[in-house]
Design a protein around this ligand. Structure first.
Ligand code: IMP
Ligand code: MG
Length: 180
């Protein structure tokens, strides 16, 4: 099924270990409270499901759908809201659950939009923090794995809607993605 060349980068075991660690930190910091996870579709699908199962803190979940990518591998900087929250977040303890932060445009747009709805607290949890191409000053509060650069697929992350179903995360060869 492999149509582009890819190398294993983060194994399912590594991902599970980092998620257990993140859930542990969140459980500690939100002890005695209830949280609302705002999952950013579609890439965070698997991460959200696994994080949710690893948390002991009572957690509700809702979804937003944002897009700043076509089939390209670089952010356009224009973030489109395609699907919004159903849950009122005023006075709630909210954690945004992202698959990956790259330029930061997507997260910044969502963060500011949610902040205007006056949650009690608003934090960001990302599975992957890709550092090299950050263009806005936004930092996740909870980071699973940091990496410098490179286009990755698997565990929810896609390339042109493919490979989300892979259980591990793979690095795609640059010449196959039109990366600079
Ligand atoms: P940003 O707005 O540039 O931070 O882009 C964030 C979004 O771009 C993520 O939520 C992903 O959907 C997508 N993205 C960024 N880097 C990658 C990657 O390496 N693989 C797959 N999707 C990515
Ligand atoms: Mg995403």
């Amino acid at each position: 099924m492999t149509e582009v060349h890819m190398d294993l980068l983060f194994s399912r075991e590594r991902i599970a270990t980092e998620i257990a660690r993140l859930a542990g930190r969140i459980d500690e910091e939100y002890a005695g409270r209830e949280i609302l996870l705002v999952s950013v579709l579609k890439g965070s699908l698997l991460f959200t499901a696994d994080l949710l199962r690893a948390l002991k803190t009572p957690a509700a979940v809702d979804f937003v759908r944002l897009a700043s990518y076509g089939s390209d591998t670089q952010s356009s900087g224009i973030v489109e809201f395609r699907y919004n929250l159903e849950t009122p977040i005023r006075n709630r303890d909210v954690i945004i659950v992202e698959d990956i932060v790259d330029s930061g445009y997507t997260l910044e747009a969502l963060y500011n939009k949610l902040l205007m709805q006056e949650p009690r607290s608003l934090k960001i949890c990302t599975l992957i923090d890709k550092r090299a191409r950050r263009e806005v000053a936004i930092e996740a509060d909870y980071v699973g794995i940091s990496m410098e650069d490179g286009f990755i697929v698997g565990y929810g992350l896609d390339f042109d809607e493919k490979y989300r179903q892979l259980a591990d995360i793979y690095l795609v060869k640059p010449e196959e993605t039109s990366l600079p």
